[in-house]
Structure formats: C-alpha cells, structure tokens
Design a protein around this ligand. Structure first.
Ligand code: F6P
Length: 744
C-alpha cells in the first residue's frame, strides 16, 4: 500500500512541477494575445476615422473634431483619444490622463504601441502618423488595459484548475496501474518462490499468506541450508542419507539416468534359459547402488540376447530383478548403429583421443553420423520417459557428448548433469578431433558437467577457450555459452560402502585357502592380482613386464609368487583389443616359460568375466593388487581392493596416471612405463611389514568409506538442487523486471 501511495505522490509532485513551469508561460501568452487584440482594435478605430479626422484638422474645425473624438471615446474600452501636433496635444477627450505627453507618441514615423501606467492600471497608447494640412502629427488612441489584466488572471486561474485536475487524474491513474502491476508481480514472485521451495514447476498460488520479504528470506535460508549440507557432507554418506538429502532437497523431482551400458543384461544361454549378467563396468558398479537408493528411470542400450524377451510393451523392466526399486528402459540399436556409434565413434575415436595410451584415434565421418543419430534416439527416449517438464537428467559418459544439447533443446527447463567418466585430454590433443566444436557445444547443453579430477576440468575449460566463442569464469569454473551457464566441477567417483559384494564373504584366511586350492597353488604361495577389462589403457602388458623385472632382479620370488591377472574380454570386435589379448597371452607365455617349471607359472591369465563376489574373494586372498593404468579417469578396482580388505592387510600398487592416485596416496604409487621401478614396488609390497600395511590400508579404507559413491551422487544432486533454486529465483527476478517496465 505504501508503495502505491508513494507512486501516486510522485506523480502528483511531477504534475505540480509541470504546472509551476507552464503557468507563467501560459499567463504571458494570454496577455500578449489580449494586447494584440487591443492593438488591432486601435488600428480599426484609426482606419475608420483617418480621412474624417484629416479633413477636420485641415479645416482646423476644433468643435467637430472634439465631438468626433468624444464619440469614439464613448466605447467602453477606449479611454481617451487626441491629436499630437508635434509635441502639442490637441482635442484631447475628457478622460485623457493629465500625465499623458506627446513626447513619446510623436517619436516614431510609423505606427507604434506602448504601455504606460495610469493610476492603478495599465494603458495601451497606440500612435498613428496622420498629416494635417501638410504638417506631420499623430492620432493617439488610449485603451484601458485593466480588462486585459483581468482576462489574463482569469485564464491563469482556469488553466491552473485544469492542469491540477489533469495532474490529479494522472496521479490516480498511475497509482491504479502501480497497484495492478504490484499485484501481478507479487503474485508471480510468490508463485516462483513457492515453486523454488517445493520443486514443483507450477505450484498452486496462495496470495498474501506470508509477506514477500519473509518468503525471500525463507528461500535464501533454504539455499544456505543446502549449501551447508553440501559442505558438511563429508562423512556418513549412505543410501539412507542420500535418500534423505534427496527428499529434503529435491522432493517431487523426477530423476532419469542415461548411459550406454545397462546395469542388468539378460542373456539366453545355450540351454535356452535366461541368465542375468552384471556387466564389468566401473560406471555400472558406481551408479547402480545410487539409482537403487533413489529410484527413477535408467535409460540404456539393451544389449543382451534375451533383453527383448524381458521387457514390457514400453521396453521397460523393473530392476534389480529380486527387489525392484527402479525402472530400466531399454533402447534398441541395430548392428550398424552399434558399429558406427559404439565401436567406431566412441571407442575408436573418443576413447583413444581421451586416454594417453599412444593408440591413434580413428575419426570416420560415417561413424560420427551414427553417433549423432543414436544420441538423437536416446534424446527421444528420454523425452518420452519424462513425466515433467523439469526432470533431473544424469547423462553418463563419452557415448553421449551430443545428448545434453539435444535434451536442452527439447526440455529447456530440465536440470542436466553430465558426468564424463574418462579423462579429458589437454586442449592441443583434443584439437585433433574433427568434431571438437560439436562435442563442446553438445556438452555445454548441460547445467553441470562433471569430471573425476580438477585437472580434467581445467583441460576441458582450456579446450572451450581454444575452440568455441564463449565466456569462461575461471573463478567460478563455469562457461557462459549461447546465453546459458554450465558449471564445470570435479566429482571423484567411488564405490558403494560397504560393497554389496562383501555380503557373505568368508573370512580372509578362508578366501586365501580357497583361491589357492582353486588355482592349484601351494598354501604359502604369495599372490598378486590385477582385475579389469582387457583394455589397452589398463597397462596389463606393462605390469607383466614388471613381474619379469621382479623375478629377474629378485629371484627369491621365483616359485614363491604368482600374479593372477583376471581380464574380462571387451570390445573384441575392435582390432586393437584383439591384438592386446593376443599380445598379453604371448607375453604371459614367454614369462612363464622363462621362469616357470614344475607346475609353477609366475603369471596366471584368466580371461573371462568374473562376478563381483568372485572378484572380492580374489582381492581378499591376495597379498597385493596392481592397478597399472597408463591413463584412467578414476579406476574403481583400486577402491574395490581397499574395500575388500576388512582385515587391513594387503598392499595396493597404483599408477600415478589413474585418478584414484589423487585420493589413495597411501598406495605404492608407480609409473607403469617403468617396469624396473614397478618390479621394485612389487618387491617392496611383498616385504612390507604387517604394521605398515595396516596403517596404509586403514587410511585408504577411511578415505573410500567417507568419499563413497553416495557422496559422489549426493554432491552432484545437491549441486543440481541448489542450481535449480538459484535459477528459479533468477527467472523470477527477470520476470519481475520484464513485467514492471512493460506495464508501467
Ligand atoms: O571408463 C569408461 C567406461 O564407460 C566405464 O564407465 C566402464 O567401466 C567402461 O568404460 C565400460 O566400457 P563398455 O561399456 O564399453 O564395456
């Protein structure tokens, strides 16, 4: 109300200033106009009597001239009339002011007008040249101007009243418009604030319940609380705390996850049965427990041979099969699409581009076209799955660089959090990619773009800086591109804690015995393990060379140490992967021939997929684990080994080029390209006192426990929630700004 009164008051004040400025001009205009009217009258009088007066003066007929002048002066506005013969006034009428003198009137040879003061009013003296009998003279007509002053005063009063009326009307109108605008503005602010509070896009509006300032304070407090939750969220992340954080911060929100690899694969066995496979994928092992905890929909490529037989009419299947808690929506790809998008563009192009493993990337235009069209296909599936206009969409990995932009175009109000699970190369390396601008544009459709490490974030920002027109805020680590902001953040991925695979694990001593028996090893054989997909980035050949170096330089380990390498076949359609497997088999054979004998093989290469509980059993049976990636975004095997060792024994040998080395600094950090040094690290691990092993393992377990995958997901989702609130407030303020001037 106060604002409206203030609005009306300002309008009144402006009107008063206008009136004060205009009034003197208006008064003087009326006076001039009246004076011109009187001058005209004088001229009329002169013209009508000129000849007559001229004749009378020529005859010097004073009597007739006096009568004529008195008759003219009988007009109520003519005060007096007379004839100036040079300086001498002749035939003045009776009302001629005694102070009048011909001196002024006779000065000009042409007609002239002047105003003189007579008693208490103004008099207009009009003087017209008129010759009488050859002598120059002037006829003077005096008009009383008091009536003109009166008319000017009246005009001024009327004008003042009229302007005051208009000003008052304008002020009332302005106040009315202000009231309407304020009402609409307040209502839209309330709506947006309510929406920010509840997370609903279109909440019901209850007007005037809480004063606006209070509402803004409430939302800001919520933002501050969510910031504190994010900051304080460094301990005790679990499915429960993640669920609680989500229901506090994002209640009612819809979460959709999208990845190429599906979390559950249904395959048809040779006997015709349907079997369930959990793929060997870091992405799946990290994300699955999170989606299990918060529910929602996971959109992924249906790659299993029995996948189509297990979905409903909408290609959906509830998972996990035993205790469903979310929906898996499968997307079907033809063989041609898989060859172009998955094997070609993603794994022969982007994978070697992003990993420094000295494998040349292959960029085929036909592959890129499939990559683009498959991204479109996933965008269609996501839009079809979305029940709201503002879902939270978690886009996973290098298979979907174009997807964030495609979703942004279709669902502008979605919060898109993209996570790039592999390293991002430096700008110079990235620059060789023929699709670099399109990839950056696609990724900048995201609200938040996450990498494992700050170094990868920096590489991405440098790439943006080098190849697209944008504004980079280095302090905030964000990019403004096409009017939208994308936050670039490090979120180190992790594993669930405690891992599901630990459920039902036997005590360590038993695992050691069982594994040794299974592999036909003596009970006191020392064991090292390496477990991964058969990928050239993992440094499998390099660690075998390190075994060679170890036994070569420390022959005491010959016959006493076995390295068990588990390698799950992967991407076998691609020549580089087939070649790696052949090379690894040949190298293992060579080393075994070199140092083996009597049933002893220093390297046991097990090429098959192992289920998580088998993997954990192996971890528990081992004395050491080698993760020798040539380059790796994070590497979860390292964290799983630590999580498996609740006996606080065992040594982790970890590549400096895996993201995990930033967090697990108590591991023996190695350069996988240096076989000798890695051999020495293995020797050190095998001779490390139990106390030292315990101290190192304890610290690493604390780290993995605290920075588990629920924290990873929680940090991203809470950042998304905060962003949604900030964006709603920004939209609200922008809407308010647009509304106010448009209606004012
Ligand atoms: O590291 C990238 C990644 O997508 C991981 O998330 C996952 O462990 C691996 O590649 C799986 O690859 P694929 O799905 O091709 O078997």
């Amino acid at each position: 109300m106060r604002i409206i009164v203030r609005f009306g008051g300002i309008a009144m004040l402006v009107a008063a200033i206008v009136i004060l400025a205009v009034l003197p001009f208006a008064t003087s205009f009326v006076e001039q106009w009246t004076r011109r009217d009187v001058e005209l009258r004088s001229r009329l009088v002169f013209n009508s009597v000129r000849d007559q007066v001229s004749g009378l003066l020529a005859r010097n007929d004073a009597q007739q001239a006096g009568i004529l002048f008195e008759r003219i002066a009988s007009d109520e506005r003519v005060l007096a009339i007379g004839y100036c013969d040079g300086q001498e006034l002749r035939f003045p009428t009776s009302n001629m002011p005694p102070s009048f003198s011909c001196a002024e009137a006779s000065r000009s040879d042409s007609e002239s007008f002047s105003v003189v003061r007579n008693q208490d009013h103004n008099v207009l003296v009009s003087s017209f040249p008129l010759n009488a009998g050859g002598r120059p003279g002037h006829l003077v007509v005096l008009h009383d101007l008091s009536y003109a002053d009166q008319r000017g005063g009246e005009a001024r009063n009327y004008l003042f009243l009229a302007l005051a009326g208009v000003a008052f009307g304008a002020a009332a109108l302005a106040a009315m418009i202000a009231a309407i605008i304020m009402r609409r503005w307040l209502s839209s602010i309330r709506q947006a604030l309510e929406s920010a509070r509840t997370g609903n896009a279109n909440p019901p509006v209850e007007e005037n319940i809480i004063p606006l300032g209070q509402e803004i304070r409430d939302v800001l407090q919520e933002l501050e609380a969510s910031r504190r939750t994010i900051d304080a969220a460094h301990t005790d992340w679990s499915p429960e705390t993640l669920r609680a954080a989500l229901s506090n911060e994002l209640s009612g929100s819809e979460v959709i996850v999208v990845s190429n690899r599906e979390p559950y694969i249904h395959n048809r066995t040779n006997g015709g049965e349907i079997s369930l496979q959990i793929p060997a994928s870091g992405l799946v092992s990290a994300l699955e427990p999170v989606v299990r905890a918060c529910g929602g929909t996971w959109v992924a490529h249906g790659s299993g041979t029995a996948d189509r037989d297990t979905v409903d009419a909408n290609d959906r299947v509830p998972v996990p099969p035993n205790h469903p808690s979310y929906t898996l929506r499968r997307v079907w790809l033809s063989e041609e699409e898989q060859d172009g998008y998955y094997y070609g563009a993603a794994n022969e192009g982007l994978w070697p581009l992003c990993h420094i493993a000295f494998v040349r990337p292959i960029f085929r235009e036909t592959d890129w076209q499939f990559y683009r069209s498959v991204n479109e296909k996933f965008a269609d599936a996501i839009v079809a799955e979305a029940k709201r206009e503002d879902p939270i969409i978690l886009v996973q990995d290098y298979h979907f660089a174009l997807l964030p932009r495609m979703i942004r175009d279709r669902l502008p109000r979605a919060t898109i959090v993209t996570f790039w699970h592999i390293p991002w190369p430096n700008a110079e390396t990235f620059g060789i990619c023929p699709w670099r601008e399109e990839i950056i544009d696609g990724l900048l459709g995201s609200s938040i773009l996450g990498f494992h490490t700050q170094a990868h974030c920096n590489n991405f920002l440098d790439s943006v800086d080098s190849y697209v027109e944008s504004r980079i805020d280095r302090e905030k680590d964000s990019v403004f591109f096409g009017g939208e902001e994308t936050l670039i953040r490090p979120y180190p991925i992790s594993i669930e804690w405690p891992p599901t695979a630990m459920e039902g694990q036997r005590p360590v001593e038993e695992c050691r015995r069982i594994v040794r028996e299974r592999l036909g090893l003596s009970p006191d054989m020392r064991i090292g393990v390496g477990i991964e997909r058969f990928d050239y980035t993992k440094g499998i050949l390099d660690r075998m060379q390190a075994i060679d170096a170890l036994i070569g330089e420390h022959p005491e380990w010959r016959g006493n140490f076995t390295f068990v390498q588990v390698a799950a076949p992967t991407r076998s359609k691609l020549a580089n992967y087939r070649l790696l497997q052949e090379e690894a088999e040949a190298l293992a054979r060579d080393i075994n021939e070199k140092y083996g004998g009597d049933g002893y093989e220093p390297i046991r290469l097990l090429i098959r997929h192992h289920e998580p509980d088998e993997v954990f059993e192996l971890f528990r049976a081992a004395d050491l684990c080698i993760v020798s990636s040539l380059h790796d975004g994070m590497n979860l095997v390292a964290k799983e080994f630590v999580a498996a060792r609740d006996d606080e024994q065992g040594v982790l040998i970890l590549s400096a080029f895996a993201g995990a080395s930033r967090e697990l600094s108590e591991a023996l950090i190695v350069n996988p390209y240096n076989a000798h040094a890695m051999g020495e690290a293995i020797n050190r691990a095998l001779t490390m006192p139990q106390n030292e092993q315990r101290e190192r393992m304890r610290l690493m377990r604390d780290q993995v426990k605290e920075r588990n995958v629920y924290r990873w997901a929680g940090q991203m989702l809470l950042a998304a929630s905060r962003l949604r609130k900030q964006q709603r407030i920004r939209r609200l303020i922008a809407r308010g700004r647009r509304l106010a001037p448009a209606n004012a």
